[in-house]
Design a protein around this ligand. Structure first.
Ligand code: BES
Ligand code: MN
Ligand code: ZN
Length: 501
């Protein structure tokens, strides 16, 4: 893994060496520290801005290499546009933009000073640090040779703010979120030979170190619970399944937990309904929902969230062998409902069904959010920018929508309804596991809805387009984005956490 940069919060002053990031806005004014530095390089900023047509727009940047009058490698001017308009997610992006600019000796100083005289708040400074650290992640543990001319990213990041102590305190709340994101990204990026269901479960046991209670159901326990839908998916693989329950009890004793549920198909060949060869390697990421749940548990536990949170993941491998389930099989889920398996490649919903039943029996959650790389169709609909959200409850949907806007991990609500539900009725069992070609992300969600009991508020996030195969962004350059960790953590903060008074 690329060395994680060390992060420190320091007083507002100009560094002597390395890369320095300075802020400006649409006025193209500079704050006192930035103006001092600009003076040293002969007041070049105005000319540079003109030459580069830099207008101080939000997250736009312009660089000056080896500026005169000191040992600096470069000065990067980043625009804030209209600073009052920036959300937390924008400050995060700013950190990403800044980290990308670091070069030279790997020392990066971010001078968080607004040109209009307003202070950058501690929360904003912490978000900048988080964005810079997220951007600096690389999954390179299997590369035995490093190219000397490859950019190494910052080794040390100094964030200069007017109140470094307050910013460091805010960072104390966000650093565990970074740990959670890194944990999730590593799980998603790991190759499928290394990360089977057993190995995944072992990594989750590591969460005990942070005060998370971890319970692992092995194949015997899974059989005993009569999880016939999940077991049917697993039976074609020589690697046995696992179900892992993670509990963070930071809230009041009797408060019902909020529950996060993750699809953890460590590799999805499609089974007997086998997938085409091209791109199949991407199906190592079919456990990204489970990874996000694991990362969120790590985040809430690491920052000792004052809420009861339970995470549960179903870990299986979907393989075709002589013992694999067939199209036409009828399996009995833990809920007692029977399922006709039309397509063995619609396996995620089979896994989620049993995990949801176990969760509701064991933990009586007050609300449920599941994350699953469930359908290719959600990528057709929404691309890589929003997860599809299906919800039986407007309040929960609104809370997730807001958390999405605040974190930049967006969700876009999709419909549910009786017309769609009809499409998964089966002639021979209670339901079938596919609903035909049309609206297949919706029929997948309808299938899951049939396993939600007592109208418990529930949201299903189809993260096939957002949590794996991720396009490079300002805050992520790796294949697994860690999508969902910040979203779930923010949902806990905004909705389920007791006020810290
Ligand atoms: N894991 C896939 C969905 C997927 C596709 C995730 C592409 C990420 C990228 C899922 O198990 C699957 O195969 N879904 C089928 C459902 C169909 C058989 C009803 C699909 O999307 O084609
Ligand atoms: Mn599949
Ligand atoms: Zn799948």
């Amino acid at each position: 893994m690329a060395e994680r940069p060390a992060i420190a919060f320091v007083k507002l002053e100009a560094p002597k060496a390395g890369t320095v990031v300075l802020l400006t806005d649409k006025s193209l004014k500079l704050g006192p520290v930035a103006a001092g530095l600009d003076e040293q390089s002969g007041g070049a900023f105005g000319r540079i801005a003109r030459a580069a047509k830099f207008e101080g727009g939000a997250m736009k940047s312009v660089q000056q290499l080896a500026p005169g009058g000191g040992e600096l490698d470069r000065v990067v001017h980043v625009g804030l546009g209209e600073p009052e308009k920036l959300r937390q997610a924008d400050w995060l992006k700013l950190g990403g933009v800044a980290a990308a600019a670091a070069g030279g000796n790997g020392e990066l100083t971010l001078v968080l000073e607004r040109a209009d005289g307003e202070a950058v708040t501690p929360d904003q400074a912490a978000s900048v640090a988080l964005g810079a650290a997220m951007r600096s992640y690389a999954f390179d543990k299997y590369k035995t040779k490093k190219k000397p001319d490859e950019p190494q990213g910052p080794r040390r990041i100094a964030v200069a703010v007017s109140d470094p102590r307050a910013a460091a305190r805010a960072w104390g709340e966000l650093e565990p979120v970074l740990e959670g994101i890194t944990f999730a990204r590593d799980l998603v990026n790991e190759p499928p030979n290394v990360l089977g269901p057993v190995e995944f479960a072992e990594r989750l046991e590591g969460l005990r170190e942070f005060g998370v209670e971890v319970e692992v159901l092995d194949e015997k326990a899974i059989r005993k619970q009569k999880m016939g839908a999940l077991a049917g998916v697993a039976q074609g693989s020589v690697r046995p399944p696992r179900v892992v329950v993670m509990r963070w009890n930071g809230g009041k004793g009797k408060e019902k937990p909020v529950a996060f549920v993750g699809k953890g198909v460590v590799f999805d060949t499609g089974g007997i309904s086998i997938k085409p060869a091209a791109g199949m390697e991407d199906m190592k990421g079919d456990m990204a929902g489970a990874a996000a749940v694991a990362g969120a548990m790590r985040a809430v536990a690491g920052r000792k969230a004052k809420a009861n949170v339970v995470g549960i993941v179903g870990l299986v491998e979907n393989m075709p062998d002589g013992n694999a389930q067939r199209p036409g099989d009828i399996v009995t889920s833990m809920s007692g409902q029977t399922i006709e398996v039309i397509n063995t490649d619609a396996e995620g919903r089979l896994v989620l069904a049993d995990v949801l039943t176990y969760l509701q029996r064991e933990a009586q959650p007050q609300a449920i959010v599941d994350l699953a790389t469930l359908t290719g169709a959600i990528i057709v609909a929404l691309g890589h920018h929003y997860a599809g959200m299906f919800a039986n409850n407007d309040e929960l949907a609104a809370a997730l929508d807001k958390a999405g806007r605040d974190t930049g991990e967006g969700v876009w609500r999709m419909p549910l309804g009786a017309e769609y539900d009809k499409l998964i009725d089966s002639k021979v069992a209670d339901m079938k596991n596919t609903g035909g070609r049309w609206a297949s992300s919706v029929t997948a969600a309808q299938f899951i809805a049939r396993f939600i009991e007592n109208e418990t508020p529930w949201a299903h996030l189809d993260v096939a387009g957002t949590a794996m195969g991720s396009p490079a962004t300002d805050v992520n350059q790796s294949w697994g984005s860690g999508y969902g960790v910040r979203l779930l953590d923010e949902l806990v903060r905004s909705t389920y956490e007791r006020r810290k008074d």
